[in-house]
Design a protein around this ligand. Structure first.
Ligand SMILES: [Zn+2]
Length: 332
């Protein structure tokens, strides 16, 4: 099956090879042109069960590790450089599960191509029966030496565990402001990283990702260095389309205390993000620039949503919810 748009970047392109443009073949697949997967979702589930005791990828969503064998990406228990996530079987907790793959792909692309936030390389790939799955390239190792980077998520960095903070530890233990303080403490290029982190938080708000919890942010250092950086973003999703969230708009509180406007409205607005920016020493001119950028880039976001593989209903929801969040930020 040949699509008319690239399954990596969603650009319309006539010269696709196995559904990918040359840029995506280079960036996502290191120059290999992958065949469609030679197994389907049923076989995926079987393989996952076989491999899972030895798998080291954390998280609850069904996923397996893949590695290239010539032009085929095949499941592997160790040293896989790709992670494959199909649509979930839906155990009753998730709505609209058929859109979850396209949702993650779109959300990651908004982050990467429009907001220019460092973001894991990703794309869509077809199972043997044509169904789409989400594929992402691992970023926690050196592509030349194969050495694994030293990586730690924010729960680990802060020593926050179920034992110290209870079962909701990923959500309840601290604020995004505390995370920003950690970045200031550990990242050498902290002025750049603070702005990067601010953009990530405001983007999660715009795309209604209510699951940007402590384990979805990490720092890493390259093999031959003691300098830490924020890893590329991963696991971005408009969760609101799939779950009726009961814990509010964001996975983690933005600030240590609620502002007067938050108390008045019951949700985050322009004032909260402005306060957040002030507390992390983001210059006002940079803050204003980011707000202006969000306003200016909406048409591009809308265009990408329209090009995505979401269902018509999901596209409408994504646009509406994004616009709604812009309104809360006083952006037209
Ligand atoms: Zn492409």
């Amino acid at each position: 099956m040949e699509d008319k748009i690239c399954l990596g970047c969603l650009a319309a392109n006539k010269k696709l090879r196995n559904n990918y443009c040359s840029k995506c073949i280079k960036e996502l697949f290191n120059g290999n042109v992958p065949n469609p997967l030679n197994f389907d979702r049923i076989e995926f589930t079987k393989k996952r069960a076989e491999l899972s005791p030895r798998m080291s990828i954390s998280g609850v969503q069904d996923k397996i590790s893949l590695t290239f064998e010539k032009k085929d990406l095949i499941p592997t228990a160790s040293n896989g450089k790709y992670i494959l996530k199909p649509i979930t079987n839906g155990d009753g907790h998730i709505q609209n599960e058929k859109d979850i793959v396209a949702n993650e792909h779109l959300s990651m692309l908004i982050s990467k191509s429009i907001f220019k936030i460092p973001t894991a390389s990703c794309g869509l790939i077809r199972f043997s029966d044509g169904e789409l799955a989400y594929i992402t390239k691992r970023f926690d190792y050196d592509e030349e030496t194969n050495l694994k980077y030293d990586q730690e998520d924010f729960a680990g960095i802060m020593g926050i565990t179920p034992v110290t903070h209870g079962e909701n530890y990923k959500y309840d233990a601290c604020s995004y402001l505390d995370c920003a303080k950690m970045i200031k403490q550990h990242v050498a290029t902290s002025i750049v990283s603070q702005e990067d982190f601010f953009k990530r938080i405001i983007l999660n708000y715009l795309i209604c990702n209510g699951d940007a919890h402590l384990k979805n942010f990490s720092l890493y250092s390259k093999a031959d260095s003691n300098e830490y950086f924020l890893t590329p973003s991963y696991d971005l999703l408009n969760t609101r389309f799939h779950i009726n969230e009961k814990y509010g708009d964001m996975a983690i509180d933005l600030l240590d205390d609620y502002t007067e406007t938050y108390e008045a409205y019951g949700y985050y607005t322009y004032d909260d993000f402005k306060t957040f920016a002030k507390y992390i020493d983001l210059p006002e001119i940079r803050f204003n620039k980011i707000i202006k950028f969000i306003e200016d880039s909406y048409l591009e976001v809308k265009d990408l949503i329209d090009k995505s593989f979401l269902s018509p209903k999901a596209k409408e929801f994504y646009k509406e919810s994004y616009k709604d969040r812009m309104k809360r930020l006083r952006i037209k």
